[in-house]
Design a protein around this ligand. Structure first.
Ligand code: AG3
Length: 283
């Protein structure tokens, strides 16, 4: 990883024989935190870029796609989301989207690595400008342990905004963790988990997430594909699980009447994300 002589940052997807590159102006920051290696670059055309352990996390130009799809479909699937917990999400991009919902009374973000948030405050200030909202709490702790100890039925929506399922995030893609989420969710609770690339991971990670959610007790699980240019293959997904009822039922009139602005998400996008691509129908 790092800079090639022509000043490009490249994330190589070794197993897939592909890579994604961004031309960079400057390497702004590098550190080894207690948990991972963190890099920030200024790119030529995508704004600032955050990289964790060599994997692209977000850029200023296109993070809205991911953060909007990690939040709004799940929040509009719950009938009245008041208490939201974000596991991971230290850059605060998901938090910012969740806080756009007036019905939300509290959002707790539990990320293991405080340095991710501190760097985001510095290099992605537009994602952190709602962190002082009295409804928001930033906790730096192990999300798996937090979920194990949380009170049953105390949360309406759980959002798992993690890195790839290797290293610290591995335990977030596991049936035991989903069982804890299920217990902590109230009646009508909704969970959403970032679930990697439909092109690369349909038969592996996505299939497992869907199956594990059902094993943990969720009545329905559905994977929503969306574009994300800077991640492997440029095509990413989020998988929603619902404690009772179908993921296809959502508060459609509330989406149409929403008063906050988004750059990608709207009712047509929500409906489109509920469609199942042919090759994913057999998962
Ligand atoms: N979470 C998704 C990271 C997965 C990207 N994978 C990769 N580049 N290999 C990003 C955190 C955004 N809040």
């Amino acid at each position: 990883m790092g800079l090639s002589p022509s000043e490009w940052f490249t994330e190589i997807f070794q197993n897939e024989g592909t890579a994604f590159s961004l031309q960079i102006k400057k390497h702004l920051h590098n550190e080894r935190s207690e948990y991972q290696t963190l890099d920030i670059y200024e790119t030529e055309t995508f704004g600032n870029l955050m990289v964790i352990d060599g994997c692209v996390m977000l850029t200023q130009r296109d993070n809205f796609l991911y953060h909007e799809m990690m939040s709004h479909p799940a929040l509009f699937t719950h009938s009245n989301p008041k208490n939201v917990v974000i596991i991971g999400g230290g850059d605060c991009g998901t938090l910012k989207e969740v806080l756009k919902h007036d019905c939300v009374e509290s959002v707790l973000q539990v990320d293991i690595d405080e340095r991710v948030t501190r760097l985001s405050e510095q290099y992605f200030p537009e994602l952190c400008d709602k962190n002082e909202d009295p409804r928001a709490t930033l906790m730096f702790d192990d999300g798996i342990a937090w979920m194990k100890n949380a009170e049953a039925g105390s949360v309406d929506v759980v959002i798992i905004d993690s890195t790839d399922p290797v290293g610290p995030a591995e335990g977030l893609f596991a049936v035991d963790f989903y069982r804890d989420c299920y217990r902590v969710l109230g009646e009508g609770g909704v969970l959403v988990q970032q679930s990697e690339s439909p092109l690369l991971h349909a038969q592996t990670i996505i299939k497992n997430v869907q199956q594990d959610l059902k094993t943990a007790g969720f009545s329905d699980a559905h994977t929503m594909p969306f574009p994300q240019p800077v991640y492997p293959t440029g095509w990413w997904s989020a998988t929603i699980g619902r404690k009772a009822g179908s993921v296809s039922d959502y508060r459609q009139s509330a989406v149409t009447a929403k008063t906050f602005s988004t750059l990608y998400y709207n009712d047509g996008i929500h409906q489109g994300a509920l469609a199942i691509p042919e090759f994913m129908k057999t998962l």
